[in-house]
Design a binder for this molecule. Structure first.
Ligand code: PEP
Length: 254
């Protein structure tokens, strides 16, 4: 079976609903045919989801994801949006994005609950893992990633593990313009597979799609996509520009 390539656009906290509507319409026009083995996932801010969903009705080029969601279905959690609430709108949930970990101090335990709630609602979690510059320079990058993987996936049943995506996003590469060397990304992908194999068995480890994220743009996208273990990209800044995102999608479709 041909493996899918995922191109995920994280719009971060950009775009009001009207701006989101404009961006998605420009993307629909700019992006040519998307082959069946490429899945393009748009992750706008939660407030835009309904608008973007409407813009995408009768349109099969893009799927929808949410950047973050709370694991409890409902309750006194002011300001949060639950996985249950977005389950009708999206197919994917970003869990443990580095901006959630570092700006909002989310810990692995909460991220594990988000991953579990996502699977419980039949959606696909994209678990983001990655080391800070200090952790890399002090030789701890692999251990940090292994710990994030182990705890992040710890609440899933073996069946639920069958539908999970992992995004390797070194924190120092996110939004910095300094992307990881493809060779370093390849080494981390191999390590992630090895760690997943030790935790969940090699069949499952080999089946989990691994994405790279961190200052991906139209010029460097292909250098990651050609890595044997890389099944796609998580794109932040460049996904909010319809021309650059369309050109990244083109690389995956080539
Ligand atoms: C991201 O937001 O996940 C990301 C990788 O951002 P950027 O592409 O801007 O580095």
């Amino acid at each position: 079976m041909t493996k899918k390539t995922y191109i995920v656009g994280n719009w971060k906290m950009y775009c009001s609903p009207s701006e989101a509507s404009l961006l998605v319409n420009r993307l629909k026009k700019e992006v040519g045919r998307v082959p069946a083995d490429v899945e393009v996932v748009l992750c706008p801010p939660a407030v835009d989801l309904t608008t973007v969903r409407q813009e995408l009705s009768e349109h099969d080029k893009f799927s929808l994801g949410v950047q973050n969601a709370y694991p409890m279905d409902e309750g006194a959690f002011t300001g949060e949006v639950s996985v249950a609430m977005v389950a009708d709108l999206v197919h994917f949930v970003l869990c443990g994005h580095s901006e959630r970990r570092h700006t909002f101090h989310e810990r692995d335990g909460l991220i594990a609950q988000k991953v579990a709630a996502t699977r419980r609602h039949g959606l696909t979690p994209i678990l983001c893992v990655g080391e800070t510059r200090h952790e890399r320079e002090s030789g701890h990058a692999k251990q940090v990633v292994a710990d994030q993987l182990e705890t992040g996936l710890s609440l899933l049943t073996p069946e639920e593990m069958g539908d999970v995506i992992i995004a390797y996003e070194p924190v120092w590469a996110i939004g910095s313009g300094e992307s990881a060397k493809p060779g370093d990304a390849r080494e981390m992908f191999e390590y992630i597979r090895k760690s997943l194999g030790a935790l969940h068995g090699s069949a499952l480890a080999n089946a989990v799609p691994l994405l790279y994220g961190g200052s991906v743009n139209a010029s460097n996208a292909a250098s990651y996509l050609k890595l044997q273990d890389c099944q796609g990209l998580l794109v932040g800044g460049a996904s909010t520009n319809y021309k650059s995102f369309a050109s990244i999608i083109e690389k995956a479709a080539a």
